[in-house]
Design a protein around this ligand. Structure first.
Ligand code: NAP
Length: 299
């Protein structure tokens, strides 16, 4: 239980509703800012203005998936007001208070470093990234269906990067009956891809492997689908780039060649906000309970 733990949620989207529900179930003291347009009432939850004072006794501050933007703005879909995480907010927090978010931009990192406040980026954790890969893969399949006129079954799909997202996606595509080519850079990844029935290749071979592809999914967060690669793709190919912004595709050249290329960020929050919220809620409560010396449960 989280009895006596004070948690402030600032901004966010439908995922936060799941988090608020879970935290109150566990008896935490929850204060929310940036939810004034929200009709749902949460018994026992305090709605407060986003002032530094709201953080004075906090044990944890939960920010949205992308903590703040580069100017400190906290995205908040349930309010028309602008929420900003300022120096004054962080200075007002007790030194033991931790800030949680999905991933942080330099603005938030620098602010936490300056005030020596611990910052926890939940999406960096393996467990969270693996759980999140499930709605991400489903979202990628949705994008593929919406942007092609063929079935995934029988198509040739290429997945670049067999990390936490790529592996789940490759297996999902294979399960739907696609032939899956997997671009990797390590020998153990090559062996794993082979073992799983994919057609592995090493990344330096990417352009040569790109000649007969229907769908190309990129998960590598660096410029990898270059003009040289795009030049080899058939015109029917569709690129779905899942890597964090700005993605790993030369979108300008894809457009010039007439190849559809889509950057698809934040899929879990779009296709499955409830599940994505539960993943965040479980991870957050698990970390707080571990801090208290108790164990949490799996999602
Ligand atoms: P990950 O587990 O670290 O996987 C990244 C993969 O990229 C690894 O297989 C890594 O290879 C490979 N890689 C990295 N740099 C490379 C390079 N220069 N050349 C060849 N391969 C390279 O990360 P993840 O959790 O799967 O996330 C991947 C990306 O998707 C991130 O940008 C993440 O933010 C994003 N993401 C997007 C969504 C969405 O909704 N669109 C959802 C979740 C995650 P090694 O294994 O050899 O290191």
């Amino acid at each position: 239980m989280l009895t006596g733990i004070q948690i402030v949620l600032a901004g966010g989207d439908a995922r936060q509703l799941e988090v608020i529900g879970r935290l109150t179930e566990l008896d935490a003291s929850v204060t929310i800012s940036g939810f004034d347009r929200l009709d749902t009432s949460f018994p026992g939850v305090t709605k407060a203005e986003w002032t530094p004072e709201v953080l004075q006794n906090a044990d944890a501050l939960l920010l949205p998936a992308v903590g703040t933007d580069d100017e400190g703005t906290i995205s908040a879909v349930f309010t028309d007001r602008e929420l900003k995480l300022t120096d004054a907010h962080v200075a007002a927090m007790p030194k033991t208070c931790k800030i949680y978010c999905g991933m942080a931009k330099p603005y938030l990192r620098k602010l936490c470093e300056k005030h020596r406040v611990e910052l926890i980026e939940l999406f960096e954790r393996d467990d969270v990234a693996i759980y999140n890969s499930i709605p991400t893969a489903e979202g990628a399949v949705m994008m593929a269906i919406q942007n092609t006129d063929i079935t995934i079954h029988g198509s040739v799909c290429m997945v670049l990067g067999l990390g936490r997202t790529g592996l789940t996606l490759a297996r999902t595509l294979q399960g739907l009956g696609a032939k899956v080519k997997a671009g990797v850079r390590r020998e153990d990844s090559f062996a794993r891809a082979f073992e799983m029935g994919f057609e592995p290749f090493y990344m330096p071979d990417l352009a040569r492997q790109s000649g007969n592809i229907d769908l190309l999914f990129n998960t590598i967060p660096t410029m990898i689908v270059t003009a040289q690669v795009i030049a080899q793709l058939p015109l029917r190919a569709c690129i779905i780039d899942l890597a964090s912004k700005p993605g790993g595709t030369d979108f300008r050249f894809a457009e010039k060649r007439g190849i559809k290329a889509i950057l698809a960020p934040g899929l879990p929050g779009i296709v499955a906000p409830k599940t994505a919220g539960r993943i965040i809620a479980n991870s957050l409560t698990q970390i707080i309970l571990e801090d208290k010396g108790q164990r949490g449960s799996a999602p």
